[in-house]
Design a protein around this ligand. Sequence first.
Ligand SMILES: Cc1ncc(C[n+]2csc(CCOP(=O)(O)OP(=O)(O)O)c2C)c(N)n1
Ligand SMILES: [Mg+2]
Length: 395
Amino acid sequence: MADLPDAGICYELLARMSLIRRFEEEAGRQYQRAKAGGFLHLAIGEEATIVGTTSVMRDEDYLIGTYRTHGHAIARGTEPKRVMAELFGRVDGTSGGRGGSMHIFDREKRFMGGYGIVGGNLPIAAGLALSSEYKGEDAVTVCMFGDGASNTGNFGETMNLAALWSLPVFFLVENNLYGMGTSVERHSAQTDLSKKAEGYGVRGERIDGMDVIAVREAVAEGIRQAREERRPTLLEAFTYRYRGHSAADPEVYREREEVEEWQRKDPIEAFARRCIDAGVLGERELQEVRDKADEQVRAAVEFAESSPEPALDSLYESLYVVEGEAGWYAVDERSPEPHRGEREEQMPQAARELAEAGAAYGGRPDGPRPNPAEQGDAQEGVEPEVSAEVEEGGD
Ligand SMILES: Cc1ncc(C[n+]2csc(CCOP(=O)(O)OP(=O)(O)O)c2C)c(N)n1
Ligand SMILES: [Mg+2]
């Protein structure tokens, strides 16, 4: 077992893991109260993998993750209150309340999301690393994804380019043993995921993702190789999510005993005990860490509650930026002049009508869904056609 770092670092690691745990427990509660909308994927149980990784990154490094990344953002330094406000869909959220749980994003902290497409963040990670390389910067991109994502085409394509172009990128697969309800044995022919990129020339290694120090050491070395030698690594960290895949998961694919077995090796408790036994931290500090986490999460909820909802008029803002101008644009070959839903700043009335139709639809999901692209022009007296079917969805 690797040695403990000094007391200050141990305190910080414990504080970060405890804060993330408390944050996510509270996020789950707020979701039950319907304060947080959309989907909610919790990473409770995976804190050592998250915090061990981010603790050895430099400020200039990029991190990109999946849809299970509240903790990743907080670990990178995004304020918990802004993450909570994002879950609540409020203007002070990290994406102005428009992204929600799956799309936490903080450019300032170089946390590049928050990504809902399984495996979709891998090529973006290669792109980020390529941009650092191209600009002659020292930054490394850390890309975290799930065991399920290692089966996607993006995985192979990204590993190939990362090795071929010697990109400063580091990959970490958070192997929590399941992709939704499918176990690794049932979804991957090669169950040693660290070997999956060897054929592309990417070195692999397996570690205990429940041990924050083991993660820290392995990631530090991987990042060093990426930064100094331009050699990508694929690190497989064994971890476990205590909660279901998302808030709506009946969990028929695993036994209660399996969850309890992993909970007995809880990464936060195990690390706290180790620090106490080694005399690095005392009971008083442990209590302080818990109290501070409670306080920060309580303040985050209060902040999110009091942050306003985005204004209805702003519905079409920030969807695209074309030549520095933000707005909602569509390629429409019917005629060159603006159509409904386009260039809303020149057509405030049409934008308002569409926003109101959207809001009314929100309260009446069985009704016809407004689709600006199919609703004709904004000319006076033209009655918009309403069509398109209600989309079914689930994640
Ligand atoms: C391309 C794509 N296919 C399917 C889905 C639906 N989906 C969402 S999460 C998930 C499981 C992914 O599992 P894993 O990569 O192990 O990550 P984990 O959820 O365990 O963190 C699937 C199949 C999706 N979002 N994107
Ligand atoms: Mg998984």
